[in-house]
Write a protein that binds this ligand. Structure first.
Ligand SMILES: O=P(O)(O)O[C@@H]1C[C@H](O)[C@@H](CO)O1
Ligand SMILES: Nc1nc2[nH]cnc2c(=O)[nH]1
Length: 296
């Protein structure tokens, strides 16, 4: 067992358990589905029936949300009859929190009984076939901060969460990705649905032209500042993961371009696609089976 004092930044088993127990003692919902809303995509949380809200600042051990477009509250309720917990706003490395702290909610999800996590983000499109407003199913990620040792699993491993060296070749659940493609097709979304690789960087500055060109050459289709860390921690704890990137802006790849990435465009694209993303995730949750078989 890992003593509390050995936790790097308040993410020890005991601290996560205390947070999970506090939440469960304040709600009747026993969530099996967890949802994380990206920039400008918090409307998904409004889909929950009989919602119960907890501001992050009121939840023991939780960091505070500091980014415009991230409401900063946890919402409990049901979606298509399934008990859910939804992060209406997430934490990012650039907010100054240690990486172990920004991923703490994934461990709290696990300890509350969550089996499947749906994550969304806004990202810049590197793939030249992508347009603003496209939605990319994440089939894989490149964890750039991890190359420099900034991985959320750095520190003492607690076997109660997962193994020391977790596999990541199956991070994005194959069955859920196929389900998303099927649902997108049924809903008539084929024109703007893609599948690709997301690269996470630390932010908060957007990328230079040379960086975008390099990331594209390395095999990334989209670039962002979140999600991959959460997926690493969720997979370590054995939860199934499905993630979507809304291509909110084109990454600038050309020195003649006048385009400039900015957060307002990111939020605006979120507003334009919100309804379709909500419909897709809601339909997927409706079709989820109540088990946690690793289907990748
Ligand atoms: O939480 P996500 O990854 O959707 O947020 C993206 C990355 C930055 O936080 C912000 C940039 O506009 O949007
Ligand atoms: N790093 C990064 N994150 C984003 N989030 C939304 N758009 C972008 C982008 O172009 N780059």
């Amino acid at each position: 067992m890992l003593p509390v004092s050995e936790s790097l930044c308040g993410e020890s088993y005991e601290e996560c358990k205390a947070t999970a127990d506090w939440l469960l003692s304040n709600t009747q919902v026993r969530p099996t589905v967890g949802i994380v809303c990206g920039s400008g995509l918090g409307g998904l949380a409004e889909m929950l029936k009989d919602p119960q809200y907890f501001k992050y600042c009121d939840i023991p051990n939780f960091p505070k949300s500091t980014v415009h477009g991230h409401a900063g509250r946890l919402v409990f309720g049901t979606l298509k009859g399934k008990p859910c917990v939804c992060m209406q706003g997430r934490f990012h490395l650039y907010e100054g929190y240690p990486i172990q702290k920004i991923t703490l909610p994934m461990r709290v999800f696990k300890l509350m009984g969550v089996e499947t996590v749906f994550l969304t983000n806004a990202a810049g499109g590197l793939n030249q076939d992508y347009k603003v407003g496209d939605v990319m199913i994440m089939k894989d990620h490149i964890n750039m901060p991890g190359f420099a040792g900034n991985n959320p699993l750095v520190g003492p491993n607690d076997d109660r969460f997962g193994v020391r060296f977790p596999c990541m070749s199956d991070a994005y659940d194959r069955k859920l990705r196929q389900m998303a493609l099927d649902v997108a097709s049924e809903l008539g979304y084929n024109d703007f649905f893609r599948e690709g690789v997301y690269c996470v960087l630390g932010g908060p500055s957007f990328e230079t032209i040379a960086e975008c060109r390099m990331l594209h050459k390395l095999g990334a289709d989209a670039v962002g500042m979140s999600t991959a860390h959460e997926v690493i921690v969720a997979r370590h704890a054995g939860m199934r993961c499905f993630a979507l990137s809304l291509i909110s802006n084109q990454a600038v790849m050309d020195y003649d371009s006048q385009e400039k990435a900015n957060h307002e465009e990111v939020l605006e694209t979120g507003r334009l696609r919100a309804e379709q993303l909500e419909k897709l995730v809601t339909t997927m949750v409706d079709r989820l089976e109540h088990n946690n078989n690793d289907s990748s």
